[in-house]
Design a protein around this ligand. Sequence first.
Ligand SMILES: Cc1ncc(COP(=O)(O)O)c(C=O)c1O
Length: 449
Amino acid sequence: MSMAASRPSPITNAPNDLEPYWMPFTANRAFKKRPRMVASAKDMHYFTPDGRKLLDGSAGLWCTNAGHNRPSIVAAIQAQAAEMDYAPPFQFAQPKAFELAARVAAMAPGDLDHVFFCNSGSEAVDTALKIALAFHNVQGRGSRVRLIGRERGYHGVGFGGIAVGGIVNNRKQFGSLLAGVDHLPATYNRAEQAFSIDQPEWGGHLADALDGLVALHDASTIAAVIVEPMAGSTGVIPAPKGYLQKLRAICDKHGILLIFDEVITGFGRMGYAFAAERYGVVPDMITFAKGVTSGSVPMGGVLVRKPIYDAFMQGPEHVVELFHGYTYSAHPLACAAGLATLDLYREENLFERARKLETPWAQAALALKGLPNVLDIRPVGMTVGIDLASKPDGVGKRGMAALETAFHDHDIMLRAVGDTLALSPPLIISEAQIDEVFDKVGKIIKAVA
Ligand SMILES: Cc1ncc(COP(=O)(O)O)c(C=O)c1O
C-alpha cells in the first residue's frame, strides 16, 4: 500500500492526523484528546466539521470585528488574488498600500499620519519599539535606549514584545530578553475596582510610577513607554481614570515617546477607530493589527506622528531611511482586505453601533454578578473580563473547563485567560445575541462551579 493511499482524502475538512501540528498557545495533548475544531464561518457563527453552529463570543481572537466571511471582503480578496498576488514592498509598491495607509491615517487622532505596515501585532510592536530607538538615534540622542512596559501587559511574542510585556509565562523560558527594559506596575486592584464599568475610578495615581522610573534611570536613557489603553490578553483590564493622561504628561515632560498598543482596541472594539480617541489622549505611535482586516488576512501596522516620520526624512535622498521591513509588509491581499473592511465599518457604522451596544452589553454582563465563583466582571467597550475563583487544585483549571464546556456543550466560543473568561464579539452582534451570549455564559459558570 502506498503512503498516499494510507491517508484519508486530503479534500475533507476533517483532520486526518493531529500530531504534526504544534499548536500555538495551546495545551496540545489535551486538545488532541478532545479537539475543538471549526471548519467554516458566517457572520456571528462558526460551524464545526460536523455542522454544529457555534456563537462567536470572541470575534475569533479579538479580530473579526465585522463578522465572518462578509461577502465584500471575500470578493476583494478574491479579486486581488486574481489581479496581482504579490508585489515587493522594498523599493517598489502597489497602489492599495498607499490608499490603505491614507485611510488608516485619516481615522487616527492628532497628527498620527504615517503608517508602517507589517503582518501581525507582534511585528507591529517590535516595529514601534525599533522606530522609537531609531528616532532618538537619528536625532542625536543615542543614550535613549531604555524601553518601559507594564506588568501584565501583552505585546505579542517577538523578543521586543515579550521584553516590554509583563506576563510571566510568556517571558520566563526565553532567556534574558532585551536589556534595559523596566516595567510600570499593573493597574488592577480587585479590592478597589471590582465590578466597575469602563475605566475604574481608582488607580490613576499608578501612572506616577513612571516618574519614579525616570528618577531611577534618568530621562536621558529612556526611549519610550508602551501600554495597552485596555489590556485585553491579560483579562480585560481598562486603564484607570486619568492614568493615560498622566502618562502622556510625564512622557511630554521628559521627551519620552508614548506608544499605545491598540492591536485589540483598534477598529471599533472600544466604539471608536482607536481607544486613543475614546480616552482623549494622543500617543506618539499606535500599533494595530487584527481588526484592520477583520482578521481575514494577516496584517499589522504602526501609526506614527508626523514629527517622527519627518525626523527620518533627512540626509541624501538615495539612502534608505529606516532599515526595517518585512517581505509581506503591505501585502496586496491584506491591503485589499483592509480597504474592504474599512468600507464595511463605515457603511454599517459599526464603531457607532459598538458604542450604542456597550450599555446593553455591560448590563447583561453585570447581571451575572452573584453566580458561583464570580469575583469580578469588567465590561469596557464591546468586551468584558469575568474573573472566576480558581479551583483549589490549580490556577486555570476552572477557566479551561469553562472554555471546553462552552465549545462542546453550550455552542459558544469564548476565551479563557487563566480563570478569567474574556468575551469580545463581532460588532455586528444583535441585542438578542447579546442576551444569548450571557445566557450561555451564565450556564457555563454554573456548569463549572
Ligand atoms: C495588545 C496586543 N499586542 C500585540 C498582540 C500580538 O498580536 P499577534 O498575535 O497578531 O502577533 C496582541 C495579540 O493579542 C495584543 O493583544
